[in-house]
Design a protein around this ligand. Structure first.
Ligand SMILES: [Zn+2]
Length: 170
């Protein structure tokens, strides 16, 4: 599958708007070789550098073209934090932190947080990839919606279980 088959042109353009000058951005025609979204690769294509720090006081932080990630958290959380910080960049916010504690956020900040979380979910678990995975499972095992659990989805897409549950409205 190509990025253009996974995301809408609008979505790709919106994300590419924020790429740094020398960066290629997301290439719509690029073939995705993995079964999940390689967020690290995507951030690099957009010109961000990623710094992993196991002593970060927050899950993630964006500072200009640098995204800092708390490497003491599990892979799924780290990937979500990367996508979340990219969400801030799409909002043209180049200085923001990600934590799970919403206390102390102003109303405006809270709405940015909601946007960044929704953006991260849609980026890491795009509908078209979910459809593809379901198609493959049905082909292999016949139609049995109970066949695949949220835990398997979470492992497949390398995302938090909470994101999967939200996707399926549970
Ligand atoms: Zn945030």
């Amino acid at each position: 599958m190509k990025y253009s088959e996974i995301y809408s042109t609008d979505f790709i353009n919106k994300v590419n708007e924020i790429k740094s000058e020398a960066a290629t951005g997301i290439i719509a025609d690029q073939e995705i070789t993995k079964n999940f979204i390689d967020i690290e690769d995507m951030l690099k294509q957009l010109g961000f550098s990623i710094i992993k720090d196991d002593h970060l006081p927050v899950s993630g932080r964006i500072d200009g073209e640098t995204i800092l990630i708390d490497s003491s958290e599990n892979q799924a959380r780290q990937r979500f934090s990367m996508a979340h910080e990219l969400g801030h960049a799409v909002l043209h916010q180049r200085a923001a932190n990600r934590t799970d504690h919403n206390d102390g956020y102003s109303l405006e900040e809270r709405s940015s947080e909601v946007f960044a979380n929704t953006f991260a979910s849609q980026l890491l678990m795009p509908r078209n990839l979910v459809k593809k995975l379901l198609g493959e499972i049905i082909q292999r095992h016949g139609y049995n919606p109970k066949r695949i659990t949220n835990i398997e989805f979470s492992a497949h897409f390398r995302i938090k279980l909470a994101t999967v549950s939200k996707f399926f409205g549970q």
